[in-house]
Design a protein around this ligand. Structure first.
Ligand code: URA
Length: 193
């Protein structure tokens, strides 16, 4: 089966999923954005917010627009180069951080998506995504920008963590914005290798 058929099959499973409490309150599952056939990297965010829940597409609200601006500045195409998912596919009520049980319920879907896409790089966008895949590597700020090795189902992937756009919009220093642009430039070089 080709990538698109495998992804379509997985999406159908997700659409009827009730493996955790979030299934009861979602409007739509937020499965992914991007093209499974051209994507070079998978960007993993935290969780869908209100706009994502309504549209079924990740990163379409304020944080998404900020992310789009950064990507455009460094010349990464969101549509062609990135496949975007979150640690959970349904919106946590009041935008709270997803609980461990909710992330665990979604994990198998994420791993199957990653295996089908087989990206050159996993981008952990924020601490929730990083902690879901990489344990005990120190503080987020000391890990971001470093090239990591992530083993999933005995397969090794390259990984890198970047600041989450919601954090950057609200709290970041100019220096942290510049660091993020440097991290994105590094990502661009890796996916173009
Ligand atoms: N924040 C996330 O982490 N993911 C989204 O899809 C939107 C906002």
């Amino acid at each position: 089966m080709n990538k698109t058929s495998l992804i379509d099959e997985l999406k159908k499973e997700c659409e009827v999923c009730q493996d955790c409490e979030l299934g009861k309150t979602r409007t739509n599952i937020v499965f992914s954005s991007g093209d499974e056939n051209t994507a070079k990297a998978i960007l993993i965010g935290e969780a869908p917010g209100a706009n994502e829940d309504l549209t079924g597409t990740p990163f379409v609200g304020k944080a998404g627009k900020f992310l789009d601006k950064l990507l455009e500045e460094v010349g990464i195409s969101r549509e062609k180069d990135l496949y975007i998912i979150n640690t959970v596919k349904c919106r946590p009520p009041k935008n709270r951080v997803p609980a461990k049980a909710e992330k665990d319920a979604c994990r198998n879907f994420l791993i199957r998506q990653i295996e089908i896409i087989n990206p050159k790089l996993l981008i952990f966008c924020g601490n929730t995504a990083l902690k879901s895949f990489v344990s005990n590597k120190g503080s987020f700020s000391s890990v971001r920008g470093n090239l990591l090795e992530v083993i999933l189902n005995e397969k090794a992937y390259k990984g890198i963590a970047i600041y989450h756009p919601s954090y950057l919009m609200q709290y970041a220093t100019k220096e942290q914005i510049e660091m993020t642009k440097d991290d994105l430039s590094q990502i661009k070089s890796i996916i173009e290798e």
